[in-house]
Design a protein around this ligand. Structure first.
Ligand code: ADP
Ligand code: ZN
Length: 735
C-alpha cells in the first residue's frame, strides 16, 4: 500500500503507555512511502517520546497533528487483522491497548532500547561454471559447495581453516557467487529429533479426526472440545488434524500450558513434522530476545507452518491460521495472572472466529465453562472415552488418614504400595502440592508464627536453603533460634512441603533413587527436561513434587501415584476449589498405568466421604460436572454468570479502604443489574507492602457488565493519589 502524496494519510498509533486508545500522528513526507500497518515507530508523547505500533492509516481530514518521529524497523511486525485481534483482546480485558500490544509482541521491541540486531551470514553458491582450478584447497572448497548446493562461510571455516583467500579467488574466477543473507537464530539447531512412529488410529480417534477434517475443509470457524481420558491418545488426533490443516495451505498454532513441562508433546510434534519437512517454531520462555524476534519475523512472513508455544503464542502473527489447538485447555496457566490478564484459551476462540479457523480444545478434565458450552451445543463434542489398547484407568483408593494413624507423612498403605512398586522395579510419582520444608514455623510456647512483613502470609521454611521465605515477594530471613515473641527456644516446622516429603522418603527407602520436582529444583534452564528425562530413562524410582508432576507426562513404567494430602485445596474459599481439585487429582491419577502395566492411585485424606474425592476415585467426570454445574447455576457463577474482580491497592490501610468504599458506591450509582459485592479485604490482604481490597462485579448477562466496565477509565482517574486499580475480567484466582 503506497501512500500517494495527494491522498495523504495519518498514522493511528498504539503507544506503549497506559492509554486506552490509539493516538493519531501526521506522517512526514519521507515516511509516506514506507510506513505500513504493523510498523514500529517512535512518536512524541507529551514531553517525551514513546515507542508505538501503527494500527491504521486512515485518510487525514486535515487536522494539525504532531508527526511520527521515526520508523524503527524496515518490515512491519503484524497485519491489520492481527492488530484488530490485539485491540479486541485489550478491550475485552479492559487493559490499556499499548500495554496489551507490548505483552503480545516479542520482548525488547517496546522499550527505549533497540530491537535485537538482525543477523546475517555469507553464503556461497556455484555459478554453474567450472573453470580449471589450481590448488588442492580451491578444488576441495569448490567440490564441497557444489555437492551441498550452497554453503555458509561458517560451514566452510569448519571444513578447513582460513578458507577466505581461496573463496575470494573462486569468486574472482566466476566459479562461485557470494551473497549476504539474513540468518535466523535457531534455538533447535543442535537438538536431536526422535524418529516418528506411525500408529494406526483406533475407532474413537478416527471418528474425532473425521469430524475435524470435515470442518477444516469448509474453512469456517468452529470450536471442538476433545474430551479424552488420560492416555486416550489425544496427541495423535492433534497431529493428524494439523496435517489436514497444512494440506489446505493454512498454518497451525498449538498452545500448551508450559513448554518446559511438555517436552514429550513438543518432541512428538517435532518428529512428526520434521519427517514431512514442515517448518516448525517453538516459542518458549527460554528464548533470548533475539531468537524470539527472529521467530516472530519468520512467522509473520509465512515462513513457519506450525507454531508451538505457551500462553503468549496466541498472539503469534501467523498469516492465515486454519487450526488452533489448545492442549490441556483446563489449565490455569493459560490465564496470565498479572498485567494483561488475558486467558489464552478464550482468546484462541476469538482469534479462531476472526480468522475462520477451527479451534480444538483438548483435555481429560475440561474446564466446566468449556464443558457447559459443549453441553449447550455451542461447541462440538469429540470423545475418547477409553485408554489406548483397552488399558484400564488406574484403580483409585482413598486412604482415610484418621484411621491409619499418621506419625509420618506416608500412611501405612501408601508406604506398602511404594515398597511393592520398588520391588517390582516400577516407578512412583508422589504429589504434595506445596514446596519448601514446611509452610511455617510455629512457636510451641506462645503459638507465634513467622510472618512476611510485606505480605499477609506466613514465611515458608526451607531446610535445604536454611531460610524462611515469602513465596509472593521473595522476602528472606534466616530461621530464628528463639521466638521473637516470647524468647522460647521451641520454634518448630509445622505442616509439610515437598522437601520434608523427600527427606522422609530418603529415610524410609534408603535404597531408592529419589528426586524432587518443584519451583525450587527447577530454577535453572533445562532443569525440568533433565528431571523428566531421568524418569523416562528409568533413572529415578520415586519422583515427588508439586502439581508440575501431574502435567501430561507419559511414562509407561509409572504404576503408582500417591497424593499426600488432598484436603488443603478442597477447603479454599473459592467457588472453583472443587473443580481445581478434581482436575488436578484426575490428571495426577492419569499418570499411572499408561504402559502395559496396570496403575494404582492412593489419595490420602481426612475426608474420604468427600463427594469430589469419591468422583475422582470413580473417574466420574460427567457426574462431577453435572453436579457442580447445577450448583454454579443456582449461585449465578461462571459459566452461568460473568465476573470481574477489581483490586484496589495502596500503602495506607485506611485510605485504601476508603477508596474502595467510594469506588463501590460510584459503581453502584452507575449501574442497574450488576451485583457489586464488597469491598472486602482480599484473601491476601497485604501483598508486597500494599493493602488490598476487592470489589467483585457479578452479572448473569455480559452486556450490563461491559457497560459498567466502560466507566472504569473515568472512575480510575478519580481515585485518590497512590491507589492503584487492577481489573481482572473472568478472574480465575481471587487472592
Ligand atoms: P493423552 O494425551 O490423551 O493422555 P497420549 O496422546 O499421550 O494420550 O497417548 C498415550 C500413549 O498412547 C502414547 O504413548 C501414544 O504414543 C500411544 N498411542 C496413541 N494413539 C495410539 C494408537 N492409535 N495406537 C497405539 N498407541 C497409541
Ligand atoms: Zn512477602
Amino acid at each position: 500500500m503506497s501512500l500517494a502524496a495527494d491522498h495523504s494519510r495519518l498514522a493511528r498509533v498504539v503507544v506503549t503507555a497506559p492509554i486506552d486508545k490509539p493516538l493519531d500522528y501526521a506522517v512526514p513526507e519521507d515516511l509516506q512511502e514506507r510506513l505500513r500497518i504493523g510498523s514500529r515507530v517512535r512518536v512524541p508523547l507529551g514531553r517525551r517520546q514513546a515507542v508505538g505500533f501503527v494500527v491504521e492509516l486512515p485518510e487525514t481530514s486535515g487536522q494539525k497533528l504532531k508527526p511520527v518521529a521515526e520508523l524503527l524497523d524496515s518490515a512491519p511486525l503484524f497485519t491489520a487483522r492481527h492488530a484488530e485481534f490485539y485491540r479486541r483482546a485489550a478491550a475485552y480485558y479492559a487493559y490499556p491497548v499499548g500495554e496489551a500490544f507490548r505483552t503480545a509482541l516479542p520482548a525488547g521491541l517496546s522499550g527505549k532500547g533497540q530491537a535485537p540486531p538482525v543477523l546475517s551470514e555469507t553464503l556461497y553458491r556455484p555459478t554453474g561454471q567450472a573453470p580449471n582450478l589450481r590448488g588442492e584447497r580451491q578444488k576441495q572448497i569448490f567440490d564441497f559447495v557444489c555437492a551441498a548446493g550452497e554453503a555458509s562461510l561458517a560451514e566452510l571455516k569448519a571444513l578447513l581453516p582460513a578458507p577466505y583467500q581461496a573463496l575470494q579467488r573462486l569468486v574472482a574466477l566466476g566459479a562461485l557467487q557470494v551473497q549476504e543473507v539474513e540468518r535466523l537464530r535457531d534455538p533447535f539447531a543442535r537438538e536431536a529429533v526422535l524418529p516418528h512412529v506411525n500408529l494406526a488410529l483406533n475407532t474413537a480417534q478416527s471418528a474425532a479426526l473425521q469430524s475435524l477434517e470435515h470442518t477444516l475443509m469448509t474453512g469456517a470457524f468452529a470450536t471442538f472440545l476433545l474430551h479424552g481420558v488420560t492416555g486416550s491418545g489425544k496427541t495423535e488426533v492433534y497431529l493428524r488434524a494439523a496435517a489436514a490443516c497444512l494440506d489446505r495451505g493454512r498454518q497451525v498454532l498449538v498452545l500448551v500450558p508450559e513448554i518446559a513441562l511438555t517436552p514429550q508433546l513438543v518432541g512428538r510434534f517435532r518428529s512428526w513434522f520434521q519427517e514431512r519437512a514442515v517448518r516448525l517454531a517453538v516459542l518458549h520462555s527460554g528464548l533470548s530476545d533475539g531468537e524470539r524476534f527472529d521467530a516472530w519475523r519468520s512467522i509473520a512472513r509465512g515462513d513457519v507452518e506450525v507454531v508451538i508455544g505457551a500462553r503468549s503464542a496466541v498472539f503469534a502473527p501467523l498469516p492465515e491460521p486454519g487450526l488452533i489447538i489448545v492442549d490441556e485447555e483446563h489449565d490455569a496457566s493459560y490465564k496470565q495472572s498479572e498485567g494483561f490478564r488475558y486467558n489464552a484459551r478464550d482468546l484462541a476462540q476469538l482469534r479462531g472466529q476472526m480468522e475462520g479457523a477451527t479451534v480444538l480444545l483438548g483435555s481429560a478434565t475440561p474446564a466446566l465453562t468449556s464443558y457447559q458450552r459443549s453441553r449447550a451445543g455451542q461447541v462440538h463434542a469429540l470423545d475418547l472415552p477409553e485408554r489406548i489398547a483397552d488399558r484400564p484407568l488406574p484403580a483409585v483408593e482413598l486412604v482415610d488418614l484418621s484411621k491409619t494413624g499418621l506419625e509420618t507423612l506416608l500412611s501405612k498403605p501408601l508406604q506398602e504400595a511404594i515398597t511393592e512398586t520398588l520391588a517390582a522395579g516400577e516407578q512412583a510419582l508422589l504429589l504434595l502440592n506445596r514446596r519448601g520444608y514446611a509452610p511455617f514455623l510455629l512457636c510451641h510456647d506462645c503459638g507465634a508464627t513467622c510472618r512476611c512483613p510485606n505480605c499477609a502470609i506466613t514465611l515458608t521454611f526451607s531446610r535445604t536453603q536454611n531460610s524462611l521465605r515469602c513465596h509472593y515477594c521473595d522476602f528472606r530471613l534466616p530461621p530464628p533460634e528463639v521466638c521473637a515473641g516470647c524468647g522460647g527456644a521451641r520454634m518448630m516446622p509445622e505442616g509439610a512441603g515437598t522437601e520434608r516429603l523427600e527427606e522422609e522418603l530418603r529415610s524410609v527407602f534408603p535404597e531408592a533413587r529419589i528426586a524432587r520436582m518443584d519451583r525450587d529444583t527447577t530454577t535453572r534452564k533445562g532443569a525440568h527436561a533433565r528431571l523428566l528425562d531421568r524418569v523416562a530413562t528409568g533413572d529415578i524410582d520415586i519422583l515427588t513434587g508439586t502439581q508440575m508432576i501431574a502435567k501430561g507426562h507419559d511414562f509407561p513404567r509409572v504404576t503408582l501415584v500417591g497424593v499426600l494430602n488432598a484436603d488443603g485445596a478442597l477447603n479454599l474459599p473459592d467457588f472453583r476449589s472443587a473443580e481445581r481439585v478434581f482436575s488436578l487429582l484426575t490428571q495426577m491419577a492419569g499418570r499411572a498405568g499408561r504402559g502395559v502395566l496396570p496403575g494404582r492411585v492412593l489419595i490420602q485424606t481426612y475426608d474420604p466421604e468427600n463427594t469430589t474425592l469419591q468422583q475422582v476415585a470413580r473417574h466420574a467426570y460427567f457426574e462431577f460436572a453435572e453436579v457442580e454445574l447445577d450448583q454454579r447455576e443456582l449461585l449465578g457463577y461462571p459459566p452461568f454468570g460473568y465476573l470481574v474482580n477489581l483490586v484496589l491497592a495502596g500503602n495506607d490501610l485506611q485510605r485504601t479502604g476508603a477508596a474502595a468504599d467510594l469506588l463501590a458506591e460510584r459503581l453502584m450509582a452507575k449501574n442497574g443489574s450488576v451485583e457489586v459485592l464488597g469491598p472486602a479485604p482480599c484473601l491476601l490482604a497485604k501483598l508486597r507492602g500494599k493493602n488490598r481490597f476487592q470489589i467483585l462485579l457479578k452479572s448473569t448477562q455480559r452486556q450490563p457488565l461491559r457497560a459498567l466496565l466502560d466507566h472504569l477509565p473515568e472512575l480510575r482517574k478519580q481515585l485518590a493519589a497512590g491507589i492503584t486499580l487492577t481489573i481482572d475480567v473472568d478472574p480465575l484466582d481471587m487472592v
